[in-house]
Design a binder for this molecule. Structure first.
Ligand code: OGA
Ligand code: MN
Length: 300
């Protein structure tokens, strides 16, 4: 396994390993981690197990984590450099590493990003350095709805019909944050108008359609309806038709894990292996989660 960046405190000797289970879901992807307490120091040995589970299952659910924003940030940093979201309006006061994902409106203002995932997407695929993974920590959950769905893009690639494989192999696609920025799916969703400075931070980028996971070497489809706008070098109608086929193929039910949130869940997924989607909840029900986003490598 290639090195990941360890924060200095992970090298402190004599942190006792914790006793915890990693249980894979029966669904295509995902596992839950039970019995681990992320508010306590995590030994290098435990960290290695968590890291391995993240690579093997692509999304890991840490149950019942009573952690502070500082602890979420510190744990996230063990996997790499954190990315600060372009929507400064929705960063947690005093902790810009945390993006507030929430439909709550206070004093007429949204306190967070109301629908962070209205279309299937991989976080920050619109950046030169997309995200390695994201962590979402439940703060307030609705009594109904609010699920998050994850689709396995390795399986999507592995099972892609030969004709589609040939059509995309070696090709690149453009990704843009702004392409569907203002399209709303959920009632009551509101998104701030991007300033020129914010727009400059999210200029269109181009990535390979098929990427190789830098740690496992597995190939994955790396396009999504949320951020991918066109296939480079194809006429627009062909590009649109081909992307539609890839999207349809990448979210087949057998390759999806649907996460139904439990109080204090911390969910950590691999954006190099998965796309995800917010199912949404009725707008009168409060939902709030804290997201940290870890920077990954340039896709190849
Ligand atoms: C995200 C995201 C999905 C959700 O925070 O990156 O896509 O269900 N969230 O809130
Ligand atoms: Mn997302």
């Amino acid at each position: 396994m290639p090195a990941v960046s360890y924060s200095p405190d992970s090298s402190i000797a004599n942190i006792a390993p914790q006793s915890f289970d990693i249980r894979s879901f029966r669904d295509a992807v995902g596992a839950e981690i039970v019995g681990l307490d992320l508010s306590r120091p995590i030994s290098d040995q435990d960290f290695a197990r968590i890291h391995r589970a993240h690579l093997d299952y692509h999304v890991v659910v840490f149950r019942d984590q009573r952690i502070t924003p500082e602890q979420q940030i510190a744990f996230s940093r063990r996997f790499g450099v954190l990315q600060i979201h372009v929507l400064k309006q929705f960063l947690l006061a005093g902790h810009p590493e945390i993006l507030i994902v929430s439909n709550i409106i206070e004093n007429g203002q949204s306190i967070g990003l109301g629908d962070a995932g209205k279309f299937w997407h991989s976080d920050l695929s619109y950046k030169e350095l997309p995200s390695l993974g994201s962590m979402l920590h439940a703060q307030e959950l609705p009594s109904e709805g609010g699920d998050t769905l994850f689709a396995d893009m390795h399986k999507a690639w592995d099972a892609l019909p030969e004709a589609l494989r040939k059509a995309v192999e070696g090709r690149s696609a453009a990704h843009s944050y702004t392409a569907r920025y203002s399209e709303t799916k959920f009632e009551g969703n509101w998104r701030p108008t991007l300033t020129p400075e914010q727009l400059a931070q999210v200029a269109e980028v181009v990535h390979p359609i098929v990427r190789t996971h830098p740690e496992t070497g597995r190939k994955a489809l790396f396009v999504s309806e949320g951020f991918t706008t066109r296939i480079v070098g194809l006429p627009e109608d062909e590009s649109t038709a081909l992307l539609a086929e890839l999207y349809a193929h990448s979210v087949l039910p057998q390759n999806i894990y649907r996460h139904q949130w439990q109080p204090h869940d911390l969910v950590f997924w691999d954006n190099r292996s998965l796309t995800h989607l917010a199912a949404g909840c009725p707008s009168h029900l409060r939902r709030k989660l804290y997201r940290t986003t870890i920077q990954g490598d340039a896709p190849f």
